[in-house]
Design a protein around this ligand. Sequence first.
Ligand code: PLP
Length: 424
Amino acid sequence: MISTITTSQEAIELENKYGAHNYHPLPVVLTKGEGVYLWDVEGKRYYDFLSAYSAVNQGHCHPRIVNAMIQQAQRLTLTSRAFYNDKLGPYEKFVTEYFGFDMVLPMNTGAEAVETAIKICRKWGYEKKGIAEGKANIIVCEQNFHGRTTTIVSFSSDEGARKNFGPFPGGFIRIPYNDIEALKEALAMDNVAGFLVEPIQGEAGVYVPAEDYLQKAAALCKEKNVLFIADEIQTGIARTGSLLAVCGNCTCEKACEKQGTYAQPDMLILGKAISGGVYPVSAVLANKEIMEVITPGTHGSTFGGNPIAGEVAVSALQVVNDERLAQNARKLGKLFRERMNKMIAKTDLVKLVRGKGLLNAIVINDSSEGSTAWDICLQLAENGLLAKPTHGNIIRFAPPLVMTEEQLHDCCDIIEKTILNFKK
Ligand SMILES: *Cc1c(COP(=O)(O)O)cnc(C)c1O
């Protein structure tokens, strides 16, 4: 067992000394979680308003998901894909029916799933669309966030993410987000195989595109025989008030009913909350005519599709339906934005609130280099609520979706009190 930490200071010093400094965490050391709550090593309780970047939509340590993991861990953990295992097939049937696709390719982390989608898209471009070898392009958006591998950061517009990690592979065209004309122009170019897009840009600061953007984008891609690839790693699994953000305003409990404002992706990328934050699970879903370009030896992962991942993902997705998390996220999201707008009317410190379901952000009246948002987050932590700034002056608010209305009001009280009493 690992030796026990008794003070926050001790834990922070160890991380600083022995760990690479690839994050800049708030100075809070957490030791326990349950539902919407987290506790630090001194015993202070907080509301979690980040949910591990939307990986714990089902709440911390959900008993049903944790139990599924324990049961499976005691029986069989990993076989690799050199052999079949008795959990992968049933999981694959479940997850494809749940999201309405023919087939799934299981991976572990979000970035791996995005890499997988890029590989499938390119191979499809050569083998099905007939693009000349080495020439396939994928359209991406400004301010995108799709993960941290060298290929993925190659098309990031964030200097910090890219600088000194080259040389980079080519084959990506970057266009402004939420700009249908720019997409039309890019689609008119030769050799376009796919359009990779976040239905709401989370890391960039919760940018919600125009109501009809995704549907129009999907239709334009279809017209040009270009794959419409939705990265729902952060927006998916009920976060934005429907099972997927591409479902638009559809409140049905199954994405496959495809009604209302549904924008049909050719490939769907999932991660984060597909496991309830209990275990790394990610997936790429597509129909057979696309997925069949992947043949033995062309792609793989030692841990991808392991029996624990399958059990965990199935129970995490069942919880989403059984506890009506999409419906709850939609209802509480409206309440949250109403409460924030009332607060904004009383202060100049916050410019606006935006978001969908329980994926929201407030924009602080400061430059993107300023430290006000960080200082507010320190105060929020002091007052018992954990949130993190993104891009300097934006604070993302994304609590677990199992929150009750009463808890949400309590949280809004904390945010309001913190903001209205904030002094630089
Ligand atoms: C978090 C995230 C990723 C990367 O997932 P990891 O598991 O951190 O590799 C990719 N795309 C989006 C939209 C994300 O929010």
